[in-house]
Design a protein around this ligand. Structure first.
Ligand code: 5GP
Length: 208
């Protein structure tokens, strides 16, 4: 039975900046130590406190373009006027090792990753209850000017139109509640029937 299970599980977290995806990832880390967090490449400027290679691989537009041409990305997208992309090789490697592979990517990325790995992927859209709460959170983060905040709020509205593509919707009102709900979702993701090669599973049954 174990042999007929495909390796690895993909969890996609999407939703507006400021909805709490990074903090939720921190909560997941403890419950699922055998995970790989996909570090994206981006052409956006580094924010205070961010470290290249940990939060993102910060690259130039030229480097990013070159990676597109070399086919190094599993998916890439333009978000808020900057480019973001997921490198293919580390994802394939982590899946082969049976890890939980966690993505924090936008709604365009969710569509593309789901297309590439339909059997492995579970996707969760995380948002605040309304736009005022999101605006307050972005202001309190203090790492964006008002123009950037305006852009992100506008983008959030567009992202919300894609919720129906997702498996789950989490409204991050109380953080601890949302974190436990997410942990339940991930535990369930490891038991999806689509992770199994059902043909070989059925064959092993008929031998009995
Ligand atoms: P931020 O600039 O706030 O870190 O991220 C902006 C948006 O880009 C977020 O919605 C985040 O999920 C998304 N994002 C980060 N990395 C990737 C990626 O590799 N691909 C895609 N499609 N979106 C990404």
């Amino acid at each position: 039975m174990i042999d007929s299970k495909q390796k690895g599980v993909i969890l996609i977290l999407s939703g507006p900046s400021g909805a709490g995806k990074s903090s939720l990832y921190t909560a997941l880390k403890e419950s699922f130590p055998n995970h790989y967090f996909s570090i994206s490449s981006t052409t956006r400027d580094m924010r205070d406190g961010e470290v290249c290679g940990i939060h993102y691989n910060f690259v130039t537009k030229e480097q990013f373009q070159k990676d597109i041409e070399l086919g190094n990305f599993l998916e890439w997208a333009e978000v808020h006027g900057n480019y973001y992309g997921t490198s293919k090789a580390p994802i394939l490697n982590a899946l082969e090792q049976g890890k939980l592979v966690i993505f924090d990517i936008d709604v365009q990325g969710q569509v593309n990753v789901k297309k590439s790995f339909p059997n492995h992927t579970t996707s969760v859209f995380v948002t605040t209850k309304d736009s005022k709460i999101l605006e307050d959170r972005l202001i309190s983060r203090g790492d964006m000017d008002s123009e950037a905040i305006k852009k992100r709020l506008k983008n959030a509205r567009c992202e919300l139109d894609n919720i129906s593509n997702f498996d789950y919707l989490l409204i991050n009102d109380d953080f601890n509640t949302t974190a436990s709900e997410l942990i339940c979702i991930v535990k369930s993701a490891f038991h999806k029937a689509s992770l199994y090669d059902l043909e070989s599973f059925n064959k092993s049954w008929s031998k009995l």
